[in-house]
Design a protein around this ligand. Structure first.
Ligand code: SF4
Length: 319
């Protein structure tokens, strides 16, 4: 199967709406052609600067304007971050992602500290990823020079639904940041969230944007909304596992080489539901009991899952 960047909405909709068992079967077949199905990337995500964000992302407890129980914390010290990265490595993570609740990167002392964090984690042999908001081409190059392996910047949803979720920056801004990352030869991580009140066309629309970028993102996180009290989306109903499976399987079929990450919302899934997601082509997870500020299954539950499903972690820097 060739890698395509010219998917139409209709083609993706046809895949997304197939009978779910056939959809899983096809995704599993493609998954086996491109990946070791027993191998799952294990990433740790650490919030290095929490809360107080000026943006208005409706799902996010870190936005300063919402009254949530997130405590604002300033940028962590480099030494503390490196300790946490060492713990993550010792417990089996091969990718370490650092998130800062910023609208955009500013060229100041905090950015210099992040550069030192990137250098330190990179020297440990882990894949280093950051998610710091919008990025200019020059900042992307600086991060690349420091050893940054990947940059996360999610599209969140379709272009059509985007303004219902965020008004403080545009879809175009997001795409520009992704372009800066790509041009700096940093691996691109970009996906979205389902369960925010969008319809299936929006989900398909978001997948189409990702699958028609000049190069597919190397990593696509698929998140299920974890509604947080105090945010505008606090009362959203839970998405079903079948909706997650459809998203993951469709992403796997249209972007065969990409690592598809089963991300937020995993805490609400039992082992069987997660196994379905792996069957549908997911091959990356976040480890640790927190995803930035929301809960995530702890290490013990994951160890048990890896044993039962006979999974093994993907080594860092594997091509
Ligand atoms: S998702 Fe990121 S940019 Fe949006 S409010 Fe939260 S921390 Fe800020």
């Amino acid at each position: 199967m060739t890698i395509r960047n010219n998917w139409t909405r209709e083609e993706i909709a046809e895949i997304y709406n197939r009978p779910v068992l056939s959809l899983i079967y096809e995704a599993a077949t493609i998954h086996r052609a491109y990946h070791d199905p027993q191998e799952v990337q294990v990433c740790t995500l650490l919030s290095v600067k929490t809360g107080g964000c000026p943006e208005d992302c409706s799902y996010c407890p870190q936005a300063a304007r919402y009254h949530t129980n997130v405590k604002v914390e300033r940028l962590m010290d480099v030494s503390e971050v490196l300790e946490r990265a060492t713990e993550a490595k010792d417990s089996g993570s091969t990718r370490f992602c650092m998130g800062a609740a910023w609208r955009e990167v500013r060229d100041n002392r905090d950015f210099d500290k992040v550069i030192d964090m990137v250098k330190g984690v990179s020297a440990m042999g882990m894949e280093v990823c950051c998610t710091l908001g919008m990025l200019t081409p020059a900042q992307a190059l600086k991060l690349k020079d420091a050893g940054l392996y990947a940059y996360n910047h999610n599209l969140d949803t379709s272009e059509e639904y985007y303004n219902d979720i965020i008004t403080t920056r545009t879809y175009g801004d997001r795409l520009e940041t992704l372009e800066s990352v790509r041009n700096a030869k940093i691996s691109v991580c970009s996906g979205g969230i389902i369960g925010m009140g969008e319809n299936e066309n929006d989900r398909i629309g978001m997948l189409r944007v990702l699958a028609t970028l000049p190069e597919h993102p190397e990593s696509v996180p698929v998140n299920a909304l974890v509604p947080v009290p105090g945010t505008p989306l606090e009362d959203q109903p839970r998405v079903s596992v079948w909706e997650m499976v459809r998203m993951i399987a469709t992403a796997r079929i249209i972007m065969p080489r990409t690592m598809v990450r089963l991300s937020a919302g995993r805490v609400r899934m039992n082992l069987e539901e997660q196994a379905l997601c792996f069957m549908a082509g997911a091959n990356s997870i976040f480890a640790g009991d927190k995803l930035l500020t929301t809960p995530n299954p702890g290490g013990l539950r994951d160890q048990e899952m890896f044993q039962v499903l006979e999974l093994h972690p993907r080594p860092a820097h594997k091509k």
